[in-house]
Design a protein. Structure first.
Length: 99
């Protein structure tokens, strides 16, 4: 049985057509539309559409049950050297990768 209490919906009309699934997280305008499943993550404002008005390529898509995350775009990650200790230069690193 579908329980709306187990879904997180933020902004306008996300996941609006999912009447059977549960455990989903929708963030953004029409995100996850028309996802029928459960345990899904959609983050998007549905700027990429296929002409039918459906959100077909969300910025971020995930499956909580299978632990899968897909990012449809460029992900930038930063690293703070101040938080690292015992930093040493790599010797022959290309050789080690190739062998």
């Amino acid at each position: 049985m579908h329980s709306l209490l187990e879904d997180l919906w933020l902004l306008s009309l996300p996941g609006q057509e999912n009447s059977a699934g549960d455990g989903n997280v929708y963030l953004g305008a029409s995100a996850g539309s028309p996802e029928p499943g459960s345990q899904k993550l959609y983050i998007d404002n549905c700027y990429l559409k296929d002409g039918s008005g459906l959100c077909t390529v969300p910025l971020i898509y995930g499956e909580f049950d299978t632990r899968v995350v897909t990012i449809n775009g460029t992900l930038f990650m930063t690293s703070d050297e101040r938080l690292k200790t015992n930093i040493k230069p790599l010797k022959s690193s290309l050789y080690k990768v190739m062998c």
